[in-house]
Ligand binder design. Structure first.
Ligand code: SF4
Length: 504
């Protein structure tokens, strides 16, 4: 998979992500600037829109727009966002269309009060929830996103309807409403919420998506999708928000740590394989170190004689380093990545797809010519970019190309908040490893076995969701139409086999 950290979705065959969320409670601090920096650190989790909501204790102000964090916010736009607490959101659309109306945070007023919400994930019972409210999901609106179609706006509507009728002297309306709503939600959700005086973080009972709690130097609290965002704002990690937990932060500090559901941890395994930044820690383990161990495990599982191990930059680098170290085969660079590919608004046509790949990656013929290459990447989703990369390597003179993937075949759609497209778009959905090898035109192909991936994380193997790799969904999904048909008709494949070209 090519790196997504600074790459345009239009040139990617990679899955997008659901979103990045950030929150800060910091009296006396520049909370909107801290939120901007936090969102910047989480840009890889969503590039379609960015937004910040800030409260000065009386008024909540929301600013959001389409584009990258640096495109949406500059000093002029941040200057009026004054206050002592804020939340922020980077969106990658997984439900609802990609449009301004669906940018977050969602804002909702209830009488004289109001609250804002940022959501990472997808609910799986949106239709039931919407019909319980007597409306269709597309009818849900929030007040800064007229006619918003997201499940996040639906949650805001549910919270508004559970808002206590009488104002409370302790100002706990938002958390009391949430206590009633959270048990009704199914699927993946890490929320940051705020009213005019409180910051709240919530994780679903499976904890599909990460959410961590940190402390700011000089006082104050931070919530963030990844620990790397804490580092960037100078906060230190305190702990994970636990699956099934709501935390409430206000003027008295971390006031409430409320378990609203029994935790059944199932963190998305793809956070370790691909999504999370390498400098993030998940379950207390370094993501970069885990990816290196995946490469080592791949070398033990699928060895092959070769002259050089090389990554598909940048996503394949740690696993390629691990493969090289374990196998003793020298590590080298065979592809150069254009570091300055930002978001492009020109969608390459199918005929231009090779051009699109070359905008990002170009081979180094001097390193490649005449060599037997082991090329390592962390995953293959649709396969079109991978095929182009291999073609480039062969044209640049590679004698053999052995492709190694540090995760199992990606065969099933995600319903919890990661955008993979439909199952029919996934290369491995209907092809055996041997057929994929032929499609990619490589001399051999191997995928890392699921158990080895889980072991390499260092975390308990049972604490992960692996649905897109195994077809075992921790939360049942109500399937309709094409997805249902595709899932039911899916062939059963050997997920762990490797494949080599027939001998001469
Ligand atoms: S289905 Fe795949 S992408 Fe989705 S949460 Fe599970 S492991 Fe992650």
């Amino acid at each position: 998979m090519s790196s997504r950290h600074d790459s345009p979705p239009s040139l990617e065959e990679t899955p997008g992500h659901a979103c990045g969320v950030f929150g800060v409670y910091g009296p006396g601090q520049h909370v909107s600037q801290l939120t901007y920096l936090g969102l910047f650190a989480l840009q890889h989790r969503g590039q379609e829109s960015a937004g910040i909501a800030v409260s000065d204790g009386e008024t909540i102000t929301v600013a959001k727009d389409m584009g990258l964090v640096t495109q949406v916010f500059d000093e002029r736009r941040l200057a009026p966002l004054q206050g002592h607490l804020a939340i922020g959101h980077n969106r990658y659309s997984t439900t609802g269309s990609s449009s301004w109306q669906n940018a977050q945070p969602v804002y909702r007023s209830v009488g004289d009060a109001g609250f804002a919400l940022g959501h990472n994930g997808n609910l799986t019972n949106t239709a039931d929830l919407a019909s319980g409210l007597g409306m269709l999901p597309g009818m849900i609106a929030d007040e800064t996103s007229f006619d918003s179609t997201t499940d996040s706006a639906l949650v805001a509507e549910l919270v508004a309807r559970e808002w206590p009728d009488e104002p409370r002297s302790d100002g706990r309306e938002l958390e009391l409403a949430l206590e009633k709503v959270l048990p009704k939600l199914r699927g993946g959700f890490s929320f940051v919420l705020m009213d005019d005086a409180r910051l709240i973080g919530v994780r679903d009972p499976h904890g599909f998506w990460p959410l961590v709690l940190g402390r700011l130097e000089g006082g104050g609290w931070v919530l963030a999708s990844e620990t790397a965002a804490l580092d960037i704002v100078g906060a230190h990690y305190v702990r994970d928000v636990q699956p099934g937990e709501m935390v409430v932060i206000d003027a008295s500090g971390l006031r409430r740590e409320h378990r609203y559901a029994e935790p059944e941890p199932r963190l998305c395994l793809f956070e370790f394989i691909y999504f999370a930044r390498p400098d993030t820690r998940l379950y207390g383990h370094s993501v970069h170190a885990a990816r290196t161990r995946m490469g080592e495990a791949l070398a033990r599982q699928a060895p092959v004689a070769a002259d050089m191990v090389m990554p598909v930059p940048e996503s394949g680098i740690p696993a390629a380093q691990g493969y090289s170290r374990e196998s003793g085969i020298p590590y080298g660079d065979g592809l150069v990545k254009n570091r300055y590919v930002g978001r492009t608004f020109i969608q390459p046509s199918q005929q231009m797809r090779g051009v699109g790949v070359r905008l990002k990656l170009n081979p180094l013929p001097e390193s490649i010519r005449g060599k037997r290459l082991i090329v390592v990447d962390d995953s293959i989703v649709r396969g079109t970019t991978t095929r182009e990369v291999i073609k480039m390597l062969r044209e640049a003179g590679a004698r053999e190309v052995h492709f190694r993937v540090s995760s199992p075949p990606y065969r099933w759609p995600c319903f919890y908040g990661m955008d993979t497209g439909r199952r029919g778009e996934l290369l491995a959905a209907d092809l055996s490893v041997g057929e994929i090898r032929e499609y990619l035109d490589v001399d051999s192909l191997a995928y890392l076995e699921l158990d080895r991936v889980r072991t390499a994380t260092g975390a308990p193997p049972e604490s992960f969701c692996t649905a897109c790799l195994s077809g075992e969904y921790p939360v049942p999904v109500a399937l309709t139409g094409t997805d249902s048909k595709l899932l039911l008709e899916a062939p059963v494949l050997d997920l762990t086999q490797s494949s080599a070209a027939p001998g001469p």
